[in-house]
Design a protein around this ligand. Sequence first.
Ligand SMILES: Cc1cc2nc3c(=O)[nH]c(=O)nc-3n(C[C@H](O)[C@H](O)[C@H](O)COP(=O)(O)OP(=O)(O)OC[C@H]3O[C@@H](n4cnc5c(N)ncnc54)[C@H](O)[C@@H]3O)c2cc1C
Length: 478
Amino acid sequence: MSETTTEIIDDVIVVGAGVSGLVTAYRLAEKGHRVRVLEAAPRTGGVIVSGRSDGMLWELGPNSGMDTTPLIDELLESLGIRGQRADARKIADRRFIVRGGRLIPLPMSGPAFFLTPLFSAGTKVGLLREPFIARSSPESEESVAAFVRRRLGPEFLDYAIEPFVSGVFAGDPEQLSVQAAFPKLFALEQRYGGLIRGMILGARERKQQREKSKNNAKSFSFNDGMQTLTDALARGVATANGIVETGIRVTAIAGETQGGWTVRGVGGDEQETVYRACAVVIATPADAAAALLASLKMPCADDAAQALREIPYAPVSVAISAWRREAVAHPLDGFGFLVPRKENRRILGTLFSSSMFDRRADEAHAVLTTFIGGMRQPELQGRDDGALREMAENELASLIGVKGMPQWTKISRHPRAIPQYTLGHLDRVRRVEAIQKQAPGLFFCASWRGGISVGDCIRNGHQVADDIGLGRHKCSSR
Ligand SMILES: Cc1cc2nc3c(=O)[nH]c(=O)nc-3n(C[C@H](O)[C@H](O)[C@H](O)COP(=O)(O)OP(=O)(O)OC[C@H]3O[C@@H](n4cnc5c(N)ncnc54)[C@H](O)[C@@H]3O)c2cc1C
């Protein structure tokens, strides 16, 4: 590595230009802070990558976000991309679950629940008991699986929650903590004594707060895909006099005795640059954040770094395939389908990507996005592209009747796709946060904390920017 050449002084340095880091940086830049974003990759956006082939839109990362908070629309308005927002078609309200090799619509209303072939009569009648089941102790941590078994029964776990958890976290409900992974679900039980009662009473409160529950929120994307958001955020930071530097891997951070932070970044030419700022936001995945904390010479830093290393990530591979419409027997009249573990298949589920939104493909074509691996079958991550493609095609042939070969398939691998909020997660997050008491000006904002969805990352970015901007940390580099 060549010698350090430059010293640069900013108000805030944000490490990582995924949606979490970019929202934080944009909010700060908008408020007049001098912000610099340092991103290791040659591009911004993190896992959000959109593109088109033969006129068809594909997403290597998230296909959509959930419009759970008014902050999302306010952000789009401020970025000038409100007009490019695409709302999911009405048809996308329908989601399928595989049972016995068939796609069955997930019931979305009380009457539909009692008529569906997805659950047995015992499970349906059992639901009437739910309001009378006692709440758990708020101190005892429970897995998602134990929580659902206790309140709703084992079949509801197997054919609703397990595939749902697989679809959101690529995770295993036996390992995920209900308090950490689904805090709103946990709060419904604690606050109202049950889920059914909580859903009815909680809806009124959400209306007052203008927030929406994830099952009522609309899915959104953009005419040119999710990357519209991160591209606009990066542009927005620059327009507000912030700086976004790609191709700079941050290797170490250090607190200065007189206050403020030193950040060391290495570029593609192995040239090291030293940056100084009064605050640093670590907006990277947990393993990268752990490496940065390990570079700190501070009591507590080792334990915080260790806690970050203990956060497991689910590996996910994505097979995106383009089909001539007549080669697919299923009407593709929905969001997609999820596959329960009990069905013993090789895929986690498939999104009917071109049915979800307009302008994804012309009438003659369909784009399908299939997810493979997760915590259920992590070993599949090691399979080569040809094997993954074959797995997806075979399962699609069996489940939705695709015939022949797709026009093209893209394989995208995410060895560390989604952080798992397993039992003990909240304690791990507390261990990481403990370092902030000793290190004024150090902040965290990434999907390992406060929710993994794009909407959660947007909300968390706002929160961290507000924490810095509202003077909970005083900036004094100017
Ligand atoms: C395949 C997949 C599908 C998904 N589907 C959905 C979905 O449909 N809906 C939804 O809401 N969510 C979905 N998610 C989750 C959501 O997309 C992510 O949680 C969110 O985008 C994470 O953003 P982030 O900024 O926290 O992290 P990232 O996007 O991982 O960004 C972190 C950034 O930090 C950079 N970095 C790391 N180390 C350093 C370093 N030392 N120096 C500088 N930079 C560094 C990385 O290069 C990266 O750009 C999906 C995720 C995946 C992987």
